[in-house]
Ligand binder design. Structure first.
Ligand code: IMP
Ligand code: MG
Length: 178
């Protein structure tokens, strides 16, 4: 056995080289758009940690980073309430904020998070996601920076989990039997 997860993965969707190309593309766009502005990268844990670490190292501008853990209340779609498990330590008033996500699916969490952060009076808020799954969208939200598109399959690796497992896989794969 080469590793403990290979039998659980049905195929590679994005190789390490594919991921690097996506990260470099987005890092280039952000570096150009935010030159001289020292954006605050708001990393939504846990899935985005690996993407964020690579992204900020691929950027050629100064940036800061902070972390949040949020969860949506179930059954309250209309209220737009999210539960903040861990909040930012940074005051975002007047800052250029970029929310970093691993994958934008239904968009409900991000929709609520963005609205909540807007109330703190930042100078701007944009969304950067490694992957976009447009077929899953239920909220009226889109990302400003997108690494790549995926269909409605369930994927793991490079931060993305299934039941908290497989975040450590260096590529992005499809679950066997998914
Ligand atoms: P949503 O956009 O509010 O539905 O939530 C997006 C979150 O769902 C992401 O941050 C992931 O944690 C999780 N997610 C959505 N699709 C996948 C997938 O294919 N694999 C792993 N996690 C996923
Ligand atoms: Mg997850």
């Amino acid at each position: 056995m080469i590793n403990e997860w290979e039998n659980d993965i049905g195929g590679v969707l994005f190789s390490e080289d594919d991921i690097k190309a996506m990260v470099d593309k987005v890092a280039g766009q952000i570096s150009k758009d935010y030159a001289g502005r020292n954006p605050l990268l708001v990393v939504v844990l846990k899935g985005s940690m690996i993407f964020a670490a690579d992204l900020m190292r691929a950027m050629t501008i100064n940036s800061e980073v902070d972390f949040m853990i949020v969860s949506s209340y179930s059954g309250t779609e209309s209220t737009g309430v999210i539960k903040i498990i861990q909040d930012l330590r940074t005051d975002i008033k007047g800052r250029d904020v970029i929310i970093i996500e691993d994958i934008l699916d239904s968009g409900k969490t991000l929709y609520r998070l963005k609205n909540m952060l807007e109330t703190r009076d930042p100078s701007s808020i944009k969304i950067c996601t490694l992957l976009d799954k447009p077929s899953g969208r239920k909220a009226d939200i889109s990302a400003d920076y997108v690494g790549g598109l995926v269909g409605d399959e369930f994927i793991v690796g490079y931060g993305l989990d299934y039941d908290q497992k497989y975040r450590n896989i260096p590529y992005i794969g499809v679950m066997r039997n998914s």
